[in-house]
Design a protein. Structure first.
Length: 254
């Protein structure tokens, strides 16, 4: 099986196009999206349409949940972006039929996806939409055990925008490996793992290149792609509503 896993696009059309082009160039047609197609970025509708056109499996992220209902534990900047995104999708300047289809798509996104011993979530196995699993959580034995208890063998997630692999060993100890630690390749073995695919549209690991993973047989590879982030920054600033820091962080990658 050869499959691309993407996550946290966040309305960044330039990054999404770069990643989808790279996936196609690598001969991969099977794509799973781990949510947060929208939020923060200036092109929510365009990104939603691209993901819909891919025909890929897609699950719900906390930003999809927020535009449908309310943002839970969102900071001021994220809350402003949620409101702007909701208004942009609802805008009367667009085809109302297309708008209705977008809302139906968002509303029907599942909280998780399972295939055999693979689990796909946006955030964590324990709380698929909202819980953060950070590298530092390897010291929290209870939190790690609660999550790994829900993993049959392999899990893919996003949400933190920090790529890498949590691995649980037979003694129930857990380690986290950043892509740099493993030369951007994690080999699947008998150990349980939770792999964070990173972020397509808003990386936060001090590398501003778009990030995604490809799983092929027993190998998961992390891929980074430069894209025209300056164009995305300009679009954010041109809205006059989205906070400036959402543009600045695209340059910084954090």
């Amino acid at each position: 099986m050869k499959r691309a896993i993407i996550s946290d696009i966040h309305g960044n059309l330039e990054a999404l196009k770069a990643v989808l082009d790279d996936i196609k160039a690598k001969g991969v047609s099977d794509i799973i999206c781990l949510g947060d197609i929208i939020g923060y970025g200036p092109n929510p509708r365009e990104c939603l349409k691209l993901i819909q056109d891919c025909g890929s499996v897609c699950i719900k992220g906390n930003h999809e949940e927020a535009v449908l209902y309310i943002g839970i534990n969102f900071n001021v900047e994220a809350g402003l972006a949620v409101d702007w995104t909701r208004n942009e999708i609802n805008s009367v300047k667009y085809d109302p039929v297309e708008t209705e289809m977008m809302w139906n798509f968002i509303g029907e996104l599942p909280r998780l996806h399972e295939e055999d011993d693979f689990l796909y979530v946006h955030a964590s196995p324990k709380e698929p939409v909202r819980e953060y699993l950070r590298p530092s959580d390897v010291t929290n034995a209870e939190k790690m055990q609660d999550n790994f208890n829900l993993v049959r063998h392999k899990c893919f997630c996003g949400h933190t925008h920090e790529p890498g692999a949590f691995v649980q060993y037979t003694d129930e100890s857990v380690s986290f490996y950043r892509p740099a630690d493993i030369k951007s390749v994690y080999n699947l073995d008998e150990n349980k793992c939770i792999i964070n695919a990173g972020s397509v549209g808003q990386p936060r690991d001090n590398d501003n290149r778009a990030c995604y993973v490809i799983m092929e047989d027993n190998k998961v590879s992390f891929h980074r792609l430069a894209y025209n982030y300056k164009e995305t920054m300009k679009k954010i600033l041109d809205t006059k509503v989205l906070p400036k820091m959402l543009a600045v962080r695209l340059h910084a990658g954090k």
